[in-house]
Structures are given as structure tokens and as C-alpha cells.
Write a protein that binds this ligand. Sequence first.
Ligand code: B12
Ligand code: SF4
Length: 495
Amino acid sequence: MKVLLVYPEFPDTYWSFKHALSFEGKKSAFPPLGLLTVSAMLPESWERRLVDMNVRKLKQADVEWADVVFASAMIVQQESLKSVVKLSNALGKRVVVGGPFVTTTLQPLEGADHVVMGEAEETLPGIIRDLERGEAQTVYQAPERPAMSLTPIPDFKLADMRRYSAMSVQYSRGCPFNCEFCDIIEIYGRVPRTKSNEQMLLELDALRDTGWRGTVFIVDDNFIGNKKNVKKLLPDLAAWQERHGRPFTFITEASVNLAEDDQLLDGMRRAGFNRAFLGIETPVEESLREAQKGQNLRHDLLESVKKIQSYGIEVMAGFIVGFDNDPDDIFDRMTNFIKDSAIPLAMVGLLTALPNTQLWRRLKGEGRLLGESGGSNTHSDLNFVTRMDSTRLVEGYKSILRTIYDTREYYDRALECLRRVSQPGVKAQRGNTLLRDLSALTRITLKLGVRDHDRWEFWRYFTQTLAHHRGAFADSMRLAAMGYHFRKLTEAYCE
Ligand code: B12
Ligand code: SF4
């Protein structure tokens, strides 16, 4: 059997990082870990190829080569996914589709021969057997959530690793919290399941053996969801890093209560974590209560961010406007909070009701749902009737984006962030990325320091960095590249 694994294209959103990746000479931020994991579960005798459409175009010849096409997608990739299904149908190839889109959508996917809902560790052996016998069913639904011990080491080598700016691994699935808008807990559950330390280190060995050095994204829904296990993992992770000359720096996602736990923070610093994405959502307490986000109400949010930064961990965060309890001055409060928190990469979105979430069910009950979400919360299409006038909400939302991604505002936040994270800590080895860094630096300097109309701001930022944060120079240039990406997209959204 010949399997073509296809990852559809993302639209150009904040999360695509497109305008920043070009400085690095990369095509995409991360490889499709779901498909690399599925590939590792296929029989050894099956031939397999991967086409990540964020890296290269899908050609007719790719599909013609295959006996069966396996595709994976999030909601936001659905248009591209539909084109993959259509092409496969036209060429008479069987299509199997899995991943979060088909797991959560309420609509059937036209043209898909087999849909796999949920995690595949337990269902895939049956699907493989049925495909081989030519009697595969239309829908497979994972009966329960599998133990992570069943998850194999992903087929990292299937990806063209040179095209990505970071590699991904996964330690846990699920999150113990209960945020109303969250679909993670519906898909992956509220009891975080983790891999064993041994399993995790073997996975890192495999990644290291591929020759990869640099950033590794631990793609967990909430890395500290199972604190007890994480605390056991971190010392082993730090020792592994030490043993191998610190080949990786880690980024991950975590809940804000990370700030409460010095032992965790210290463990993460020692293990080489230098960035964490937090779900802050809003500085408005009433809106946090509405979102059932009690973990963000326990301590002062600005202090929590500062604490995490003091461990050398840059904070990135998600923010949301559009809660029923958002006051009239929400836009100013959000803007001020982002400025004071020194979070350069602030992903501000409009509240979206994803299918089958608690929010979805409440709004449905209240007769306020307008339709299924397009999957991206940074587009201005609302999928429910908001309490605030929708035109005002979208205008206010855009005003936040315009302010926080204004060149000077952004550089000021980045400088303050660098100041806060440049504490003595464990620094990762940058090793053989030097050449890549040099060409990236040349591209950044040419684009932002010569061609850009805000070039004087860039040189102010550049000289301040050299004067005060020389040790974090590479990080400062990464932040400059990211800021450019956010500015370009903000211009496109807000025109
Ligand atoms: C890493 C990640 C990203 C990366 C993407 C990197 C990449 N190339 O994959 C980045 C940071 C870019 C990203 C961006 C976004 N993401 Co994202 N992301 C994740 C995250 C945290 C991990 C994905 C992962 O690697 N998982 C590990 C693998 C092993 O799990 P898996 O993909 O589920 O695969 C398993 C099964 O689903 C199944 N399976 C998967 N595919 C297939 C295919 C076949 C054929 C079969 C048989 C089985 C199968 O088998 C696997 C093993 O069990 C997930 C959350 C999560 N826990 O998965 C969110 C998640 C997928 N993202 C999500 C969202 C909403 C987004 C954004 C739209 C954010 C936003 N708010 O706007 C953007 C979109 C990007 C864009 N440009 O517009 C949602 C998707 C919701 C949905 N129903 O579609 C998720 C579930 C999290 C969430 N609730 O926020 N994301
Ligand atoms: S903390 Fe994050 S992952 Fe956990 S329930 Fe809330 S939004 Fe979902």
C-alpha cells in the first residue's frame, strides 16, 4: 500500500508567521505532528510520503503515486482540505481524513471516503486491517481516549526538516481546567494524560539523531496540566540536555497558575524552556468569571507574567474580546494590559464559539448562534450575537491591534520583555545555527533597517539592544522579525 499523507494549507493569519519565516529562509513554523504520529503507526511494509502544503504545492503526480490519501486538518484548513479531497476523488483515490476538524465539525465532509474522529492510537490498527481487506467503514470514532504510552515516536524524518523553524513533540494531552469556550477539553479531555519520562527522552533522542538542533515546541494543551508528572520529568529533561550539550530550547503552552509554582519554573528554566504561551484572555475579572477561568483570578495577572519572565521565560499570550461582561472601556484596558505586561507576541482574538463547546451549547440555548466558526479567531467574522454592538466590537478589536502592533509600541514592549527575561539562567547552546542566524540577520537588517518606512524605529531598537541586552541579541532579532509579521497582518486586517 502506498500512502500519501497531506497537510492542507493554512490561511495567512497571525499564527502562520509567514512574514517572519521568510527572514529565516523557512517555509513553515512547525511540522504536522499528527500526521508524523499516524505515519509511525502504519505497517512497515506500507510506503509513505508527506506533502505539507505549507511547505510545497500538492501536485497531481503526488496523488497519482498513492493508493490512499491520509489528510489531517484543523477547522481553519477546511477550504484547502476540501481541495485535497476533490483532487483525490477526481483521480479515483481513496481519502481518509482525521484530526481536529473532522473530530469537532457537525457537518459531514463531502467526498471523504473514511472519517476518523478522535485520537487514532486505538482505532488505526482496525482501519489498516479494513483498508487492506477493502472493507473500510465510512466513520471511525475512537471509543475512548488512549493512554499516551500507546503513542509511538513520530516519523520525524518523513518531514523535510530544513523547511521548518522548529520541531514539535508532545508530552501530554488534555487539561484539568474548564474554560467555557475551550474545545481542548472536549477533544482531549480534562484528565491530562502524559508520556513516561523514558518515552519522552527516547523521543528526544530520536529527534536529536535526525541532526535537529534548536527550538522544540512541546505542543501540549497545557504542559503543566499534570503537575505531579511534570515535576518528575523536568529534572530528567535537564539532565538529558546537560548530557547532550544542550541541543534544544523548548517552548510550550501552559496555564497562568505556572506562576504560582517556583519549583516548576525553576525546573523549566533548568531544562531549557525559554518561551511559554499562556491563556490570559482578559484583564477583566467579570469576563474571566464568565469564561469559568478561575485559575486566572487567583493572583494579579501582571505580577504572574512578571514572575514567569523573571525565570528567563518569554511570555506569549492569547487574549479575547467579545465576552458578555466586557465593559465599554475593554479596548483601552486590554491595550494597557498588553503594554504593561511586556508581552511582545500578544495574540488578540474575537470570542468564537467552537462546535460542541460549553459556550456553543449555552449560546445555542440562548438562541444567539449564527453558524459554525471558520476556525480562526483573528478574522472579524463573529459567529454569535454579541452583547456589545458588533460593529463597535470589531472596530474596538481592530483599534487594539493597530495600537499594540504599531512599530514603536511593539519595539518598546520587546525591549521591556528582553530586560525582564535577561536574568542569569540556563542558556541553550545555539551551536551550528550561527550561519543561519547570520543570513537571517542580514535579511532582517536590509528589510527593517533599510527598506522599511519605520526603519528609524528599528535602529533605535537595535542600538538599545546592543547597549543593554547584548546577550539576548538573537532573541531580539527574532522578536523584530515577528513584530514585522504582526504589523503586516494588522495592516491587512485593519485596512
Ligand atoms: C501545534 C498546534 C498548532 C501549530 C500548528 C503546527 C502544525 N503544523 O501542526 C500552530 C501554532 C501554527 C497552530 C495554529 C493554530 N491553531 Co493549533 N494547535 C496545535 C496543538 C497545540 C498541537 C497539534 C499537534 O501537533 N498535536 C499532536 C498530534 C499528535 O495530535 P493530533 O493532531 O490531534 O493527531 C492525533 C489525532 O487527531 C489523529 N489524527 C490527526 N490527523 C489524522 C489524520 C488521519 C488520516 C488519521 C487516521 C488520524 C489523524 O491521530 C493523531 C494521534 O492520535 C493543537 C492542540 C492539540 N492537542 O492537538 C492545537 C489546535 C489543533 N489548534 C487549534 C487552532 C484553533 C489553531 C488556530 C486557528 C489558532 C487560532 N486561534 O486562530 C491556528 C491556525 C493556524 C493558522 N495559520 O491560521 C485548535 C483546532 C480546533 C479545531 N477544531 O480545528 C486546536 C485543537 C487547539 C485549540 N483548541 O485551540 N496550532
Ligand atoms: S486552561 Fe486552556 S486548555 Fe485548559 S481548559 Fe482553559 S482554555 Fe482549555
